[in-house]
Design a protein around this ligand. Structure first.
Ligand code: ASP
Length: 323
């Protein structure tokens, strides 16, 4: 073999097996119903993410139910070939404290690809609820103990966590009505079949602006600056000292996914999160796109570990138990 052949052989060997990844559509599992806040983030993100992934189609598959744990379980068991991803939120960290038999291990069964964004929540109610501010809502909740329906997206969802902390803080028990996501829960809130709900601003801001639901407070410790949401008091300043729930989303792949695919998705995610249009759209809905340093697998995993410990303790203190 002459020198030219050797050089060529070296070149061929240097080409990674995944150089062409992705060669076909990628499925992103959203563990909640279509049209809801997690779904909206996923669909919005997919549009820009695909630009960094050979313009492949990114198919959103909604696997709602059991507070997001069904969808997460599906991805944990999916083929680790780079063609199945998971877009999940804080539920990744709350489920371990709530389920005794969680069908996956949060830290062992996934590859971490990076944090996507942070989204505040709002405490909202049906339009004909006889209270127009947080103080009046608390009085109404007290006067109607035992009759209040609180919608959520199932045990382990963000709406569940927020509702749980709210009931604990107000010392009021409500009847929780679980849905496969807060899209169908919102439909019932709009129809007046349920009374109140905590949900991400990505799902509530448009309905609040249209006057179709009532908004009472935000769940962050600081007031929001988003137009239309900036007048809402925080629960913290309204008397629930220390109340602070912010929802974050992250991107995952099944454990064992080839590194070249993980690197490609991470790089695509990094540039997607710098897309000015994407940032603008997210900000208009109250969301804050993650800074570059958080779009990092090691940082993401460290963060989920810390959040799991934090929420595990809070859930225990709230007297909840795994089912
Ligand atoms: N907002 C929902 C939750 O409560 C999830 C969703 O439907 O996106 O976690």
């Amino acid at each position: 073999m002459n020198f030219r052949w050797l050089a060529l052989a070296g070149l061929v060997a240097a080409v990674p097996a995944f150089a062409a990844y992705p060669e076909k559509p990628i499925t992103i599992v959203v563990p909640f119903a279509a049209g809801g806040p997690t779904d909206k983030v996923a669909r919005d993100l997919a549009e820009v993410l695909r630009k960094g992934l050979n313009n492949q189609t990114l198919v959103i598959e909604n696997v709602g139910g059991a507070g997001g744990t069904l969808g997460a379980a599906k991805v944990a068991k999916a083929a680790p070939d780079g063609y199945t991803l998971l877009l999940h939120h804080i539920g990744m960290s709350t489920a371990p404290g709530l389920y005794r038999k969680l069908p996956y291990k949060v830290l062992d069964d996934f590859e971490y690809l990076g944090i996507v964004n942070d989204v505040p929540m709002t405490l909202v109610g049906r339009a004909n609820l006889p209270a127009s501010n947080y103080g009046e809502l608390v009085k109404w909740l007290e006067a109607n103990k035992g009759k209040i329906n609180l919608a959520n997206a199932g045990l382990g969802a963000a709406s569940h966590l927020c509702g749980l902390l709210l009931q604990q803080a107000l010392k009021t028990e409500m009847t929780t009505v679980p849905y496969k996501g807060t899209a169908p829960a919102m439909t019932d809130l709009l129809g007046g079949q349920v009374d109140i709900m905590c949900d991400q601003t990505t799902n509530t801001s448009t309905q609040i602006a249209a006057g179709k639901i009532k908004a009472f407070a935000v769940t962050t410790t600081e007031r929001l600056t988003t137009p239309g949401l900036d007048k809402l008091p925080t629960l913290d300043e309204s008397g629930l000292k220390g109340f602070n729930v912010t929802i974050w989303h992250g991107l995952y792949a099944p454990k064992g996914t080839p590194k070249a695919a993980l690197d490609a998705v991470n790089a695509a995610l990094k540039s997607a999160l710098k897309d000015p249009e994407f940032i603008k759209r997210q900000e208009a809905l109250g969301a804050v796109v993650a800074a570059d340093a958080r779009v990092n697998p090691a940082e993401h995993k460290k963060f989920v570990e810390a959040e799991t410990a934090k929420w595990g303790a809070a859930i225990k203190a709230a007297g909840q138990y795994a089912d």
